[in-house]
Design a binder for this molecule. Sequence first.
Ligand code: URA
Length: 245
Amino acid sequence: MAPAKRQRVDKILAHMGYGTRKEIKRLIKEERVQVNGLPVKDPGLNIIPGEDRLAVDGEYVEYRPYIYIMLNKPQGVVSATEDRTAEVVVDLLPLRYRARRPFPVGRLDKDTEGLLLLTNDGCLAHNLLSPKKHVPKRYYAVVKGTVTAGDVEAFRRGLLLDDGYCTLPGELKILRVGQQSEVEVTIYEGKYHQIKRMFAAVGKEVVYLKRIAMGPLVLDETLNPGEYRELTDREVTALRELTGQ
Ligand code: URA
């Protein structure tokens, strides 16, 4: 087994969102940082994360190299880390999370709501987005007009989109029909505006779209649009298992 890697206290605390290096230096000067019960004098002190007990103001700092956040993305916010004009999803997170530099795993359109995973675990994100993994993504949609059994069959066969791309088979489930229909759609890839373009291919328009699941991860219905929470260990494990990590 490789020996545990030592890291500087100030680097660990910066990574965990305790402030800038300068702010952490001040915390240390004020004797608010302890390692194994003793006050730290030197910000450059090397410790073994997870083995040495690091605390700030008496509170244990649990060292986690990655963060995983489930966000119920609201409409009107862009799935990006920065944008010249619009609000972006990371703006919805508090500084302690932003300091960990999370990024959205994939994109939802600006007017789409629902489940968005943010993480700084590049490997997991890469695997979840890999076209080879065919990770299912489930959406709830409201569509103008009556969705028919013919549409269900067309989704099942795969649809020819406006750019000539033929989609993989998708699953369309009709929940309610009327002047507007409510449906659930599961797709196994993630092309640009895919759900909207699939409905356009059968002559219909999506008026509301919300992602409700991605692989084993299901949107926590207690989260209102704009709210977030960290994934549970069980959710992270399920994602890792799905991607073979
Ligand atoms: N399909 C779309 O059309 N938009 C999304 O945001 C996601 C899937």
